[in-house]
Design a protein around this ligand. Structure first.
Ligand code: ZN
Ligand code: ZN
Length: 354
C-alpha cells in the first residue's frame, strides 16, 4: 500500500478530494486491476469504485483502509460521495484525462474540478518502490531469464527473428508472466542497428549479432533486459564495440548511487562512448524507471537532474548502433541502495557466442 500521507499533502482541507481514473494509478492505490472505475481519496477515506463486473472480486482482494463501493453510473455515484463528504473541489489526473473527459467532469461533477498537481505527485511517489513492488519486478525478471535461457537453444543459423520472438513470448507466459512487457525486440544481423527493430522474416546467419530486448509482466509489474549475443563467431570490430558498450554500462552502474542524479548516470555512460569515438551512434537515453509502466520516471538522461533515492528501480542500457551494419545494447534493471546498486538481473554480460 503506497504512503497515502504523501498523496494527502495535496489536500489542503477536508473539503478537497482526489479523483484517480487512470488504470495504472487506480491499481497502484487500491492494489486492484480493473478496466474501469475510479479511486477517490479524501483526508480520511480511500474508496475504490467499481461496477458489477469487478465488485465481488474487488471485495475479496482489496485490503483496508481501502473501501470498495459498487457503482452503476460513475459520475452520479461520485457526486453522491462528494455530497456525502461535503467535497467542494476535486483534483483530477491532468496527464491521463482526455480533454473530452475533463470537459465532461467539469460539467457533471458538483465540486469544482482542479487539474494541477495530482499526476505529478503520483509519478513521483511511484518512483520509490516498496519491498513488495521490488519482489514483483524481480519475479517478472526471473520469468524473463528462464524463458531467455531456454530460447537460446533454438538460436542458430536458419531460424527467423519471428520464430525466436514467438517462442520467447510463449515461454514467458508459460513460466508465469501475465503478458510480455512490450513488443519483444528479437533482431539479427543488420537489423541490430535499429534500437527498436521489429522481429520479422529475417534469417539468422553465422557471424550475426542477435539482440534481445525483452521483459515480462508479473502482477502488473514489468521487467526489462537487453542482451546482444553473437552467432557462432564475432569479428574483432564486433568484439571491440561490444566491449565499449559493456564498459559504458559498467561506468553507469558505478554512478547509480543515492544522492547522485539521473544525469550523472547518463553522463557516465555517454562520456565513455563519446571518448571512444562513437558518441554519434548512441542516440537514446541511458535508461528509465520501471514499475507498473515499462517506462516511468525518472528518465536517465543528461538533462534530468532528479536525485536518485533508495528503492528507485532504473535501467542502465547504453548502446552503439552502426547504421546498416550492426548494433549492441546491454541493459539491466538496478535497485538504488546507498552506494551499492543491486543488479536485478542474473544473466552474464560478457560477450556470449552461441
Ligand atoms: Zn529494454
Ligand atoms: Zn529499457
Amino acid at each position: 500500500m503506497p504512503d497515502l500521507s504523501l498523496l494527502r499533502e495535496l489536500l489542503p482541507d477536508e473539503r478537497t478530494a482526489l479523483l484517480i481514473t487512470s488504470d495504472v494509478n487506480r491499481r497502484y492505490l487500491s492494489g486492484f486491476p480493473a478496466s474501469a472505475g475510479a479511486v477517490v481519496v479524501t483526508k480520511s477515506r480511500l474508496i475504490l469504485m467499481v461496477d458489477f463486473r469487478y465488485y465481488e472480486a474487488a471485495q475479496r482482494a482489496v485490503q483496508p483502509p481501502c473501501e470498495v463501493v459498487r457503482c452503476t453510473r460513475l459520475i452520479d455515484d461520485l457526486n453522491h460521495i462528494f455530497l456525502q463528504e461535503n467535497i467542494q473541489s476535486v483534483c483530477i489526473e491532468d496527464e491521463s484525462v482526455t480533454v473530452a473527459y475533463c470537459n465532461e467532469l467539469q460539467q457533471a461533477l458538483i465540486p469544482q474540478v482542479l487539474t494541477e498537481g495530482l499526476s505529478e505527485k503520483l509519478i513521483e511517489m511511484r518512483t520509490i518502490k516498496s519491498a513488495d513492488e521490488v519482489e514483483k519486478i524481480i519475479t517478472a525478471q526471473r520469468i524473463t531469464e528462464r524463458a531467455y535461457t531456454e530460447v537460446l537453444n533454438i538460436l542458430r543459423p536458419g531460424v527467423t527473428e519471428r520464430k525466436v520472438a514467438v517462442e520467447l513470448e510463449h515461454l514467458i507466459k508459460l513460466y508465469g508472466g501475465e503478458r510480455v512487457a512490450f513488443d519483444l525486440i528479437c533482431i539479427t544481423g543488420e537489423n541490430t542497428s535499429l534500437p527498436h527493430g521489429v522481429p520479422g522474416e529475417r534469417v539468422v546467419k553465422e557471424g550475426d549479432f542477435f539482440t534481445f530486448d525483452i521483459g515480462a509482466v508479473y502482477e502488473g509489474y514489468h521487467s526489462d533486459m537487453t542482451r546482444t549475443v553473437a552467432v557462432k563467431s564475432a569479428t574483432d570490430e564486433m568484439r571491440m564495440i561490444y566491449d565499449t558498450v559493456l564498459q559504458a554500462h559498467l561506468k553507469a552502474e558505478q554512478a547509480i548511487k543515492a544522492g547522485n542524479t539521473a544525469a550523472d548516470v547518463d553522463i557516465a555512460a555517454r562520456d565513455l562512448i563519446e571518448k571512444s569515438g562513437y558518441g554519434e551512434y548512441f542516440g537514446h537515453s541511458t535508461g528509465h524507471g520501471v514499475g507498473l509502466d515499462i517506462h516511468e520516471a525518472p528518465t536517465v538522461y543528461k538533462t534530468n537532474h532528479t536525485v536518485l533515492r533508495d528503492d528507485m528501480v532504473i535501467t542502465d542500457e547504453p548502446g552503439i548502433y552502426l547504421p546498416g551494419r550492426f548494433g549492441v545494447r546491454i541493459e539491466d534493471m538496478y535497485l538504488v541502495k546507498g552506494n551499492t546498486p543491486v543488479d536485478l538481473a542474473q544473466i552474464p554480460k560478457e560477450l556470449t557466442i552461441i
